[in-house]
Design a protein around this ligand. Structure first.
Ligand SMILES: Cc1cc2nc3c(=O)[nH]c(=O)nc-3n(C[C@H](O)[C@H](O)[C@H](O)COP(=O)(O)OP(=O)(O)OC[C@H]3O[C@@H](n4cnc5c(N)ncnc54)[C@H](O)[C@@H]3O)c2cc1C
Length: 435
């Protein structure tokens, strides 16, 4: 099946799953005294709940689901659809609440269905607020992640109990079976993601073989897959790594594969940006590593072209140097332009290797430095349309472009390429900033 057909299949499946609770509820449920607004409010509540349940599926790292879209697009969708779900649930609450009878005494004496509904609503608000303002609230990624999962569980379980206590929606046996199946699918997904997948990983432990210090506070971690495993990835893809941690640990770190896809050893290029990555150089040889991957569609193997334009900012070079190393091992001589932005010359990771790769590839490297040295005849400042115009070769509109780096750089490079006439479908991005 082509990726486009698979994408259409998943979109239809998503819409079907989001709308299916409406069908359960609608058949034989409506009482004559229900007006339009009550039915409308209930419908929004059901669709909102289905969206929240499906949020777990979007981040469950199912490779068949991620293949046509890319895991980062699924994460973007997870984020955006969360706002839509919140809007649906808020409207449901605003219509259903009996505002004229709202007193403290009535609120305290409210039936269980109201308490569970309120718990779900408050969990949803806290979940979205803590995600939008995580940095402002000074929540570490790890603390946020644990909180996010806990709040999501309160939300979905609270909402399911809320429905259970609205008797008319679960009054008949077959409706109880349908709701039971939905709840079982949800629990099954959690068990698969949190227990079965990590348990399978236990039997496939990797080892850290070498730690190499690079320029720009970057560290290369050389990993060895288990002896019998034939691990393969496409250059540009990434995986989630539990390095020196249990595969059951909630927080795992996503890193791009930096090595050639044609070799058995796997390398990562890790930049010191936070608590875990800053300790990468202290990791000891032999440390156990668990790998969930490969994931992603950001790869020269997915989007073939007569040539490639690679635009990297800082550690965004990781997946792109994997593409170059792979092309060199494959004796691929298609033209490649690498535009590589860094703060200063000393911090340009892999700069010597890039020079030597020129001997094995048809490669042009353009360094763009924010703070160039006093004597510097290269590009300085940021990656702009002007910089690209000066270096893009003739025929570049048919090239495939891959951009990875800090968000502002990616936004401006993407806009510049489109301004220069590159069709948007030939511009591919990988964002490291998930939350
Ligand atoms: C698809 C993808 C590929 C990546 N490839 C690389 C790479 O090749 N090299 C590299 O150095 N970095 C890469 N990153 C970024 C890297 O995952 C984070 O820098 C790292 O997890 C930070 O962990 P920390 O504990 O040191 O920092 P923290 O202080 O905990 O976090 C710093 C920032 O990193 C992000 N982050 C932290 N933990 C996670 C996590 N578990 N999952 C997602 N985001 C997280 C958050 O936005 C956070 O604000 C990639 C990220 C993604 C999404």
């Amino acid at each position: 099946m082509t990726l486009a057909i698979r994408a259409v299949f998943w979109v239809i499946a998503y819409l079907g799953a989001v709308l299916s609770p409406l069908v359960f509820a609608a058949i034989g449920a409506s009482r004559p005294d229900h007006g339009f607004w009550t039915d409308f409010s209930v419908a929004l509540g059901f669709v909102g709940l289905a969206m929240m349940g499906l949020e777990f599926v979007l981040v469950a790292r199912f490779r068949p689901l991620a293949a046509p879209f890319g895991q980062d697009a699924l994460l973007q969708f997870h984020r955006q659809i969360g706002y839509v779900g919140l809007a649906f649930v808020l409207i449901h609450f605003a219509i259903s609440a009996q505002w004229s009878e709202l007193t403290l005494a009535n609120a305290l004496a409210a039936p269980l269905l109201v308490w569970f509904g309120m718990a779900a609503l408050l969990a949803l608000i806290a979940l979205i607020a803590s995600s939008v303002w995580r940095r402002r609230l000074r929540l570490s990624y790890e603390a946020w992640h644990v909180m996010h999962i806990a709040l999501a569980l309160v939300l979905v379980v609270g909402a399911l109990l809320h429905i259970l206590f609205v008797d008319e929606y679960v009054s008949s046996l077959w409706k109880q079976i349908l709701w039971g199946l939905m709840a079982a699918a949800f629990v099954g997904l959690l068990v698969w993601v949190r227990l079965i997948k990590p348990r399978r990983a236990l039997a496939r432990a990797w080892r850290l073989d070498r730690v190499v210090a690079e320029r720009g506070e970057t560290t290369t971690l050389v990993l060895k897959p288990p002896p019998a495993a034939k691990f393969r990835f496409e250059p540009g893809q990434f995986a989630w790594f539990a390095i020196g941690r249990s595969p059951f640990s909630i927080t795992q770190h996503p890193f791009s594969f930096a090595s050639s896809a044609e070799r058995d050893e796997v390398e990562l290029a890790v930049k010191a940006l936070g608590d875990f990555t800053s300790r990468a150089r202290e990791l000891e040889r032999g440390t156990t590593v668990y790998v969930d991957g490969p994931h992603g569609v950001f790869s020269i193997d997915q989007d073939e072209g007569p040539g490639f334009g690679l635009i990297a900012g800082g550690v965004g070079i990781a997946g792109l140097i994997s593409m170059l190393r792979t092309m060199a091992d494959r004796h691929d001589v298609r033209p490649v332009l690498l535009v590589y932005a860094n703060r200063d010359w000393d911090g340009v990771a892999f700069r010597e290797e890039l020079e030597s790769l020129k001997e094995r590839l048809t490669l042009t490297v353009v360094h763009v430095l924010e703070r160039p040295p006093e004597v510097w005849d290269g590009e300085s400042g940021y990656v702009t349309a002007d910089v690209l115009t000066r270096h893009l070769p003739p025929g570049h509109r048919r090239f495939q472009f891959f951009i990875c780096g800090p968000d502002p750089m990616m936004d401006s490079a993407e806009a510049a390429l489109i301004e220069l006439g590159v069709p948007p479908e030939r511009v591919h991005t990988e964002r490291f900033d998930m939350v």
